[in-house]
Design a protein around this ligand. Structure first.
Ligand SMILES: [Zn+2]
Length: 635
């Protein structure tokens, strides 16, 4: 078993303050060990905008956003309508060299998992899991504006003798709230079922939107029988009758169920787990089935995909968000995260055995999901009830316990004496009780106009139709406002000679509406793009005006708890700074360092430490003060 030279554990939204508090209370033993062996930075600043795509792109390239091109979570393609932006989570938009690509120049092999913007791979020496988007089982589209991702087929939820809206009464079943707010709803749409002549339930597996099932998986069903202990599930009625079924107890999971399903690529291995949950007070129940994932499609290159296809676990990396709810199903979310981690462990052990990698980089997304759903409550903002506070506390506890367990496993099985071990976050989070609605501000100032909706209904901004003939400015992503410029945008109305005037009107409008009741301005800056170099922006891939929030318990309309906050934003209880703990040969041990650093320093520092070539486009520097003073003498 060959151990890697570098293991980078990414923790999306990792909160240093939470970890240190828990360590002081005697919790999180493995993080305690990691911190005691590391240099821990308390002032490592994210990129701007503090959104995952931009920040992970910065970490993997050591370059600032204007160099690597992932300037926001959305990018407006040249000549497109301003609301036809595409997702920057797709690696095709990355213009800089990744650090593992630099290492590949001297023959270093890497294994990269769930790392935003890491796919598709550009070197034969990189094995990648997902990376086109943020998780393995869903992919963003490179060329089409969409809020949804491409998945094989989504999770399914079947409800018996109860109705979801009565179980989750706080909100209608499909309502969306701004991220970062209390989100007690279950977002799964219910699937249909019927009964067969032989008296079994036949569960229909349904696409939830038209982006699903790109490989045309054949139609398939599950057959279910209700027993005293729970349910039996089979893949066909014949199997059910022959006793070839899987037992699922109440509140429990099935084992991993492997099904061969035909799709455009021939017969493929799809794996599932099924959970049975109580529903309501009158003996109702719910059957949850994880999404259909054929890992072969999510992994590259093919030799790696073929090997990993034999691994028996699910990688339900995104489904858990559906269950981060108030009424008792939060544990289901954590169980799903643990299944994904089990799958990761198997991938890692398989690689160490069969195809050793010098570099391993795995990114965990769930701490960020916890921030989005619970941070504001956790910080005591938004007037939480006692019950809400307790759930938020529990969510943090479980999220970091799972992280801690995984680190413990790494120490036991993966990290060698000489392995450089880095725990790195892409950004932190800040609770908020007010949302900046840039669209509304521009609308109030007459810069943005919508077409009237036929029934006069007021829709969420994303669903409104824009009156381009009367629109001078439009916000995109977390940080940009574009001028609807004649000759550049279709239906552009702002004459080139009025460009500067319009830019100034936008800046004025942003400042005008960003004051709270205490008279504090919560916009940190709003500048024309030529001035945005101080946050590493300012290329053609940004808006004409760039702005950022100061924190101040104010969240952006994207992300809420992070994304629109500037890299140094901090409040009494929240901090946008990144988790950063580096350990290994030649690195100082047990140091807490409050000297400022930026995440663009991560890749240059790692490459220097490991004697890899520097990433070609790096703008960050080597953090020499983290190294032992005598490292030159030793090496
Ligand atoms: Zn996030």
């Amino acid at each position: 078993m060959k151990k890697p030279e570098l293991f980078l554990l990414g923790v999306d939204g990792g909160m240093t303050s939470y970890i240190t508090e828990q360590i002081e209370k005697g919790k999180l033993p493995n993080l305690k060990k990691a911190f005691s062996e590391s240099c821990v930075l308390t002032d490592c600043r994210p990129a701007y905008p503090s959104i995952s795509a931009t920040c992970w792109a910065t970490i993997q390239t050591g370059a600032s956003p204007h160099m690597h091109g992932i300037t926001d979570e959305n990018i407006v393609p040249e000549g497109a309508y301003l609301n036809e932006f595409v997702s920057a989570y797709h690696g095709d938009y990355l213009m800089a060299e990744r650090f593992w690509e630099a290492a590949a120049r001297i023959g270093k092999k890497s294994l990269i998992a769930d790392f935003c913007v890491s796919g598709p791979a550009r070197t034969d020496l990189a094995r990648t899991v997902g990376g086109i988007g943020s998780v393995a089982d869903s992919r963003v589209l490179a060329t089409e504006q969409t809020l949804r991702t491409v998945k094989e087929i989504s999770e399914q939820l079947y409800v018996f003798d109860a109705d979801v809206s009565s179980i989750f009464p706080s909100l209608p079943a499909f309502a969306m709230t701004a991220s970062g707010k209390w989100q007690p709803q279950i977002k799964l749409q219910q699937s249909k079922y019927d009964k067969t002549d032989k008296g079994y339930f036949r569960l229909h597996v349904e696409k939830k939107n038209d982006l699903e099932n790109p490989f045309n998986i054949e139609e398939f069903y599950w057959y279910m029988d209700v027993t005293k202990k729970g349910i039996n599930i089979a893949v066909s009625e014949k199997d059910m009758q022959a006793g070839k079924y899987y037992e699922v107890p109440m509140n429990g999971w099935s084992e991993v169920i492997k099904r061969t399903l035909k799709d455009d690529n021939g017969p493929g291995n799809y794996r599932f787990r099924i959970k049975l949950l109580p529903a309501g007070k009158n003996g109702g129940f719910m059957v949850f089935i994880t999404s259909a994932v054929n890992m072969y499609n999510a992994l590259s290159p093919e030799s790696f995909a073929k090997r990993a296809d034999n691994i028996d676990e699910i990688c339900s990396s995104n489904s858990y968000a559906h269950f981060l709810t108030r009424e008792g199903n939060i544990d289901t979310a954590f169980e799903l995260i643990e299944f994904k981690n089990e799958w990761w462990k198997k991938i890692i052990l398989d690689a160490m055995e069969n195809d050793p990698a010098d570099i391993m980089a795995f990114v965990m997304g769930h701490p960020d999901s916890i921030n989005h759903m619970y941070r504001s409550i956790f910080e005591g903002l938004q007037n939480p009830t006692e019950e809400q506070s307790a759930v938020a506390k529990y969510a943090y506890k479980r999220a970091y316990e799972i992280l801690d367990d995984f680190i413990g496993w790494l120490y036991e099985h993966v990290l060698g004496e000489d392995t450089v071990f880095m725990i790195i976050g892409d950004h932190g989070s800040i609770g908020f009780n007010r949302t900046v609605l840039v669209h509304d501000y521009l609308e109030k100032e007459g810069l943005l106009n919508y077409l009237p909706e036929p029934d006069g209904k007021r829709l969420y901004w994303r669903n409104r139709r824009i009156d381009w003939k009367n629109t001078k400015a439009f916000p995109v992503g977390c940080a940009n406002v574009y001028v609807n410029l004649k000759g550049r945008q279709p239906e552009g109305i702002v004459e080139p000679e009025d460009y500067d005037k319009t830019v100034n009107e936008i800046i004025k409008a942003l400042y005008k509406h960003h004051w709270n009741e205490k008279g504090q301005c919560y916009i940190a800056f709003a500048v024309e793009k030529q001035q945005a170099g101080f946050v590493g922006l300012g290329t053609e891939r940004v808006g004409d005006v760039l702005y950022g929030l100061s924190g101040n318990t104010t969240g952006g309309y994207i992300g809420g708890v992070h994304a629109c906050q500037i890299p140094s934003a901090k409040t009494a209880t929240g901090d946008i700074r990144c988790l950063f703990a580096l350990s290994g040969k030649n690195v100082k041990k047990g140091q807490i360092i409050d000297r400022p650093a930026n995440i663009e320093d991560v890749a240059p520092t790692l490459c220097y430490l490991l004697k890899y070539p520097q990433p070609a486009d790096a703008t960050g520097g080597v953090l020499f003060h983290l190294f032992e003073d005598d490292m030159y003498q030793k090496s």
